[in-house]
Design a protein around this ligand. Sequence first.
Ligand code: SF4
Length: 387
Amino acid sequence: MFTIKPFDYILLKLASRCNIQCTYCYWFRDETVYAKDKILNEDAELNLISALDRHLKKYQLKLFSILLHGGEPMLFGKNRFIQLCRKLRSVTQTNGCRLNLSITTNGMLIDDEWCFIFNSFEIKVTLSLDGPPNVHDSRRIDFQQQGTSAKVIAAYFLLKRHQIRTGILGVCKPDTNPILFRDFFVKELGETNFDILVPDATHEEQPASIAGFYKSLFDIWLHEFQSTNLRIRFIETIVKGLMGYRSTSESIGYRPVGTITILTDGSIEPLDVFRIAGNGSTATGLNVAKDEIQDLADHSLWLEIRDASLNLHPTCKSCAFHDACGGGHIASRWSRENRLNNPSVYCRDFQEIFSYISAKIMPSLYFAENDKKSSIVTEQNCSHVSI
Ligand code: SF4
């Protein structure tokens, strides 16, 4: 049984515009984002800091996480960014709360000064990079239709030189051999920790099958996670789900959806990606100028999303992969006819992926009672590996 706990994680939109135009971007599929302030407006920033102060005082939170997001969040500009981070650090510190700050960026604007800022405020950076240049450049393009990989790769190495905690986030390109992703990330960048997300889609579309891609990606992971410490979050979440662990990801696995989003005009909204359901689909009318952050938990839209994340469609309820899949990403269940009362639009693919992975790991799985860890005994060398 889940209880609604005070929100302790915010996705904060610093910009509602972007400096590139990726072909699959979920954000601009909702045309109402163009009506929002281009960057977080100063009143909204002040109101957010006050609302956060009241929230922390009321709920006595010891840890709060904020993901700085966009559009492209670095369009916010360095001076405003520094001022905001100072205020966020100050308000959390005053309340005896530890603040986890992170940012997701396309990397186009990263330079030494930005790296200095990230280090000063202990900001973890997640870089959007879709694998090798030819794959990345086919989808992540600028306004001159040029690929952006060269700048992103340069940004990656700059972040590494400044010893900034950096993660890599890509999106699955179903017709691509995932070995190309592995080769590029591991061999070219020397990066063994990355994630590759399922493309955003609803039942109003017919997305390409992702089963082949993720089955191959799993094989790569299984073969290499001991020798190279290869870590692929989406795959590991599936494997852990099949082992009986509760998901810590919104992408896959049974868990309540609890994300809240603050927009550049101070609007308070639920799960950001849900905007692929159509124009204005995440609007609530709530704003930090007049409402408390926790008020979202009483809003009908937030309750609908949360309820759908816990009360799955009958097909999912009777599915062998109910816990490990959890009906997939909540936005992927959307249809105009049934709203969120559907299995994932990727259900057939997930069935295939989960069956494949399950068949490979279950015979090798054992539970070590004394250390409460699950392990896989792999065929390669029969050593015990805990994840
Ligand atoms: S595989 Fe399909 S039926 Fe099973 S939980 Fe996932 S979406 Fe639901």
